[in-house]
Design a protein around this ligand. Structure first.
Ligand SMILES: Cc1ncc(COP(=O)(O)O)c(C=O)c1O
Length: 394
């Protein structure tokens, strides 16, 4: 072991090189720091690489989710379906719109939205859903075809929470590209500092042109298009406001960082894949743990590496495993504390812990191990050694 509690391995860390530093410094020197030419270029390149009809750069993945729902026409009292095994912001944005979140349990194998449970939930609703928000948990793509087949007859838009999924593919198509179905679509990416590519904080919405353009209208105070140019040499002070929009624009400092990261995305993903393969190989014969998906899972973006501790075979619980890894200087996390176990949602909707049995069971067992390109081979070996020892297999 090269790591210890005095020299811990962080759970996650970004990859920032001189090229990123120079790109941001160049923006600082240019004098134009806010939304501007870099943001326009980042949107263009991001959208083009995915083959998306439109792309909108924003201040966070949460902003992308919020505006995607607005772009899809979601409003007060509308039903929006998502899963309880996600980050709180996926559901907060539904609350912001005074719409009604309907949580549907996940599939026990992938921990993504279960199409079978989705079909049953749609049947029980008193009205068709306005939107369905599947989450590509950990970067493992959801069963998009299955979800679109269920969404299409209801008229619901499908807004993918792709916060973990930059680089993921579905049937060879990048997440964020059009699926070819008749469903209205959007995909929401996060560039938070731990994500596959980062802008420090940031997000991107891709999707149908009209949906993204409506989102754009709301993204900068509802000011008329290109109002961000108003302090530039070719800008004008005159603008109009058509909706009471938000302050969700991305800055050129973020976009400059994003452009460099985008250029590295393939290399960064490859390193994540290699680490996943090393974990898979090391844990394949350990009955104590069940990796949520193997490195051969098609199109995985490997944002997170999730394992479930099997209580039938492991002498340690998930919490004990985390404590042992912490003692050995290995950072971990848990994705996620389910929505229905959070105080606000319990109070508002009367949820109890057993409400979503697959999610509730997964939550007791799940742990995320470090997986990020900056990790050295020694770091990966340390994680494997510490995990193997903690479950009593060495
Ligand atoms: C599943 C999921 N959805 C949404 C978000 C929100 O992204 P952001 O932090 O960029 O607002 C996150 C974020 O970190 C996430 O993990």
């Amino acid at each position: 072991m090269t790591r210890s509690s005095d020299n811990p391995l962080r759970f996650a860390a970004p990859w920032i090189d001189e090229e990123e530093v120079e790109a941001v410094v160049e923006v600082l020197r240019s004098g134009w720091l806010t939304t501007g030419p870099r943001t326009v270029e980042f949107e263009r390149r991001f959208g083009e690489e995915l083959g998306a009809p439109a792309a909108l750069a924003l201040s966070s993945g949460t902003a992308a989710l919020h505006l995607a729902l607005i772009g899809a026409g979601v409003g007060a009292d509308d039903v929006v379906i998502t899963t309880p095994l996600t980050f709180c912001s996926t559901v907060h944005v539904i609350e912001h719109l005074r719409a009604r979140p309907v949580l549907v349990d996940v599939d026990p194998d992938s921990l993504n939205l279960s199409p079978a449970a989705l079909a049953a939930a749609i049947d029980r609703l008193d009205r068709p859903p306005a939107a369905i928000v599947p989450v590509h948990l950990a970067g493992r793509p959801v069963d998009l075809a299955g979800i679109h087949a269920l969404a299409e007859p209801t008229g619901a838009a499908v807004i993918e929470d792709a916060a973990h999924a930059h680089g993921a593919t579905v049937d060879g198509r990048p997440v964020g590209a059009p699926s070819g179905s008749g469903v209205r679509q959007g995909a929401c990416f996060s560039f938070y500092v731990t994500k596959n590519i980062t802008t420090g904080e940031g997000g991107m919405l891709t999707g149908d042109e009209d949906l993204v353009e409506e989102a754009r209208r709301w993204s900068l105070h509802g000011m008329s298009r290109d109002a961000w140019k108003r302090y530039g040499a070719d800008g004008s002070w005159r603008y109009d406001v058509t909706v009471p929009g938000f302050k969700y624009n991305m800055s050129d400092m973020q976009a400059a960082l994003g452009l460099v990261q985008l250029g590295r995305a393939g290399q960064l993903l490859e390193r994540r894949r290699r680490i996943a393969e090393a974990y898979d190989a090391a844990f394949a014969d350990l009955p104590h743990l069940r990796p949520v998906s193997r490195a051969d899972a098609a199109g995985h973006a490997w944002h997170l590496y999730l394992v479930l501790v099997d209580p039938e075979h492991s002498p340690v619980s998930r919490d004990e495993l985390i404590a042992a890894l912490t003692r050995d200087g290995i950072g971990t996390s848990v994705h996620f504390i389910p929505i229905h176990e959070l105080e606000y949602y319990r109070r508002r909707y009367g949820f109890v812990p057993g409400d979503f049995p697959v999610t509730a069971t997964a939550f007791e067992r799940i742990v995320s191990l470090p997986i990020y390109p900056r990790m050295s081979d020694d770091d990966v070996a340390d994680v494997i050694e510490a995990v193997t020892r903690a479950v009593g297999a060495s």
